[in-house]
Write a protein that binds this ligand. Structure first.
Ligand SMILES: Cc1cc2nc3c(=O)[nH]c(=O)nc-3n(C[C@H](O)[C@H](O)[C@H](O)COP(=O)(O)OP(=O)(O)OC[C@H]3O[C@@H](n4cnc5c(N)ncnc54)[C@H](O)[C@@H]3O)c2cc1C
Length: 415
């Protein structure tokens, strides 16, 4: 069978790998270059521990309090736009305890194979940088870990396979000498990992090309339309006729689907990152700075600082002020390591997370449109969930059936 995967972000590239392994004839179509989107800008965390919906009891009040703070970690901005108002209404509904609980269960189930699948990438010859020292959450205030402890108090009784170790500031400094004197308490999760997301995309690109997947870059899809029992995918100068289409366009998903009458509640949530060199002792772990909600990921050649969640966003503009703030906030946590950004502050990047109101991605067929599938809306968990998403889509495309674990991610009742 022929399959067009539209979108060469982490979801599209993983999906191409899974489909090709099942013997499908796959073409990936990407409007930019592989790695330029949110999938290349992120912190690269693979965090089953943090795979819980953003829409949680109490979140709406928090978002509104931050609404007018342009430097807030989470900002939910008022706007008179019916799609946005509908999204917010669904978000508020998804924050009810019962909806949150179902979301946590669905993500726990989806993550069952996540770590094994990242190992399978390696075993299959996908060359990328991955670290397994776990995540170290650092707090400067006595109650800075409250959110974290509540999370684990909730996850562990549900059968979450990971564990958490709580540390004093001194114990954290012993475990990771980069941690500064201002850190009061820490939590270490050993199940979590981090990857260099750009190296993962490069590795997947190389491997799927070797496997026989065609990857078209700088090729924008203008439309998809049914043509008999097949699909016609209109690209810049021609059309491709395929048996199946998988739309993996992240925050751009609606633009392509609207002419088919499909409108999903996906909005862009802008975040920023910058890669910096440093002086002193670099961190050994991926670090979560609790008060400003920033992530740090140490790689072989640089440290990536990432953060902010600005809802709703449509552009990828990078205000220098935002990048400076990322770098400045790190200083309070890592006195033994200092970012040496100098004039490179302009190297900061932005990406749009494809955010759904219930924080669950859409992974499945479009009802009434045989052969058309969606894999989009992964919010702040796109790297973590991409391999499991890809396997789910590949199962559905090849068997025509929706596995039980994929039922919470279907479109019905959520659009
Ligand atoms: C600052 C930041 C930090 C993050 N940290 C993490 C993290 O640590 N861990 C984690 O799991 N997730 C993280 N995320 C979230 C993660 O990056 C996203 O969920 C993920 O990248 C979404 O991937 P995607 O493939 O769905 O979409 P995208 O990466 O947006 O890919 C979609 C692709 O479609 C292409 N496209 C658009 N329109 C067309 C068209 N018409 N034709 C062809 N191609 C088109 C785009 O060019 C793009 O390359 C973070 C995000 C940000 C912004």
């Amino acid at each position: 069978m022929t399959v067009a995967v539209i979108g060469g972000g982490i979801v599209g590239m993983s999906t191409a790998w899974s489909l090709r392994r099942r013997g499908e004839d796959v073409t990936v179509i990407e409007s930019g270059s592989i790695g330029h989107s949110a999938s290349g800008v992120n912190a690269g965390w693979i965090t089953p521990s943090l795979s819980t919906p953003l829409a949680s009891p109490g979140i709406v009040g928090l978002g509104v309090r931050h609404a007018f703070d342009p430097n807030g970690a989470l900002s939910i901005r008022p706007r008179l736009d019916t799609d946005w108002i509908r999204w917010l209404w669904k978000f508020a509904r998804a924050s009810r305890p019962s909806a949150y609980e179902s979301g946590v269960r669905a993500l726990l189930e989806l993550n069952t194979r996540t770590l094994d699948l990242f190992d399978e990438f390696h075993q299959d010859g996908v060359d990328f940088e991955m670290h397994s020292a776990g995540l170290l959450a650092l707090a400067r205030s006595a109650d800075g870990l409250n959110w974290f402890t509540q999370l684990f108090d909730h996850l562990l009784p549900m059968g979450f396979p990971g564990s958490v170790e709580y540390l004093s500031g001194d114990e954290a400094r012993e475990r990771d000498p980069a941690v500064g004197a201002g850190v009061h308490a820490a939590a270490h999760t050993s199940i979590d990992r981090h990857v260099d997301p750009e190296s993962l995309l490069r590795g997947l690109h190389k491997r799927i090309t070797e496997m026989g997947v065609t990857v078209l870059q700088h090729t924008s899809v203008q439309s998809v339309a049914p043509g008999g029992a097949r699909w016609s995918v209109r690209i810049t100068d021609r059309s491709l006729d395929v048996d199946h289409v998988v739309v993996a366009l992240g925050a751009a998903t609606n633009a392509l689907l609207a002419p088919l009458g499909v409108r999903l509640p996906i909005v862009g949530a802008k975040g920023y990152s910058i890669d910096v060199k440093g002086v002193g002792t670099p961190p050994r772990h991926a670090l979560y700075l609790m008060e400003p909600k920033l992530g740090l990921s140490p790689y072989h050649d640089a440290i990536r600082i990432a953060g902010a969640f600005e809802l709703p966003s449509r552009n990828e503009r990078v205000p220098e002020r935002r990048i400076r703030l990322l770098v400045d906030q790190v200083r309070h946590y890592l006195t033994e390591w200092g970012a040496d950004v100098g004039s490179d502050i302009g190297a900061g990047k932005a990406g749009l997370r494809p955010a759904t109101p219930d924080s669950l991605p859409f992974i499945g067929p479009v009802p009434g449109r045989r052969g058309l599938y969606i894999a989009a809306g992964h919010g702040m968990l796109g790297v973590t969930l991409a391999p499991a998403t890809a396997e789910g889509i590949a199962d559905m495309v090849t068997t025509g059936h929706i596995p039980e674990s994929m039922l919470p991610f279907q479109l019905a009742g959520r659009t």
